[in-house]
Design a protein around this ligand. Structure first.
Ligand code: TYD
Length: 215
């Protein structure tokens, strides 16, 4: 099996984590050796960065600091996890990657006028390394936020820094993701994540099987 670099993207509460576990099992039935990773927080150092990014008040760091921390974390994920695994012939699934930054920091936050800073950082940090396939789990904002808060309640998480911003942020984020996907239809599979867990898993597998023929 040719090793693939696959990413999952989507707003908060889109259901990425569970779908990633299920899709990993599916890939293993096709004899892929699969490595799972995530952003932010792929390694021990990444976890330290993650803590700064996702816990506490929205205003504790400004948008530029936040952006630089996401790219520092991405560099670690790429050099310590993604590239080594691919070179060993393993398939990598990353829960979020560069599209998250464009969606959250550019489309979601109103701080940056264009994506030039992000595009430059992406070139430096990732040398433009792109996923082969990206699944965008597209969910209605209200449904996503409700799922997120329910999950946070049961898991007693402190990681609500991004969920705690206003609903218009999440609307911009969702539309932003759809814009990004429109620009690269060869890489993206848009999945309707409002549906049941089983229906979403099935759509992911079906779209993967179509996409793989085009690669
Ligand atoms: P994640 O752990 O995927 O959260 P969730 O499971 O709630 O989707 O990501 C943590 C938060 O970090 C999430 O709200 C999205 C945000 N984020 C960015 O704003 N920019 C980025 O580049 C990345 C990777 C994540």
């Amino acid at each position: 099996m040719k090793p693939l670099f696959i990413t999952f993207e989507g707003g908060d509460g889109a259901g990425k984590s569970l779908q990633i576990l299920r899709f990993k099992e599916y890939l293993e039935t096709l004899n892929h050796k699969v490595v799972l990773t995530r952003e932010p927080g792929s390694t021990e150092v990444g976890k330290e960065i993650r803590k700064i990014l996702v816990e506490g008040d929205k205003d504790k760091i400004d948008e530029t600091t936040e952006l630089l921390l996401f790219y520092a974390d991405r560099r670690i994920n790429l050099t310590k996890v993604i590239l080594p695994a691919l070179s060993e012939g393993k398939t990598v699934i990353s829960d979020r990657y560069n599209d998250s930054t464009i969606a959250y920091q550019y489309y979601g936050s109103n701080k940056f006028n264009d994506t030039s800073l992000m595009d430059n950082l992406y070139q430096i940090v990732a040398e433009g390394k792109k996923p082969d396939i990206t699944f965008l789990l597209d969910v209605d904002v209200k449904i996503g936020l409700e799922r997120s808060f329910n999950k946070a309640k049961t898991e007693q998480t402190k990681e609500l820094r991004f969920e705690n911003v206003d609903i218009s942020f999440h609307e911009r984020l969702r539309n932003g993701y759809l814009e990004i996907a429109k620009k690269e239809p060869q890489r993206f599979c848009i999945i309707d994540a409002n549906k049941t867990i089983d229906e979403v898993s099935l759509e992911i597998i079906e779209k993967f099987n179509q996409k793989i023929k085009e690669l």
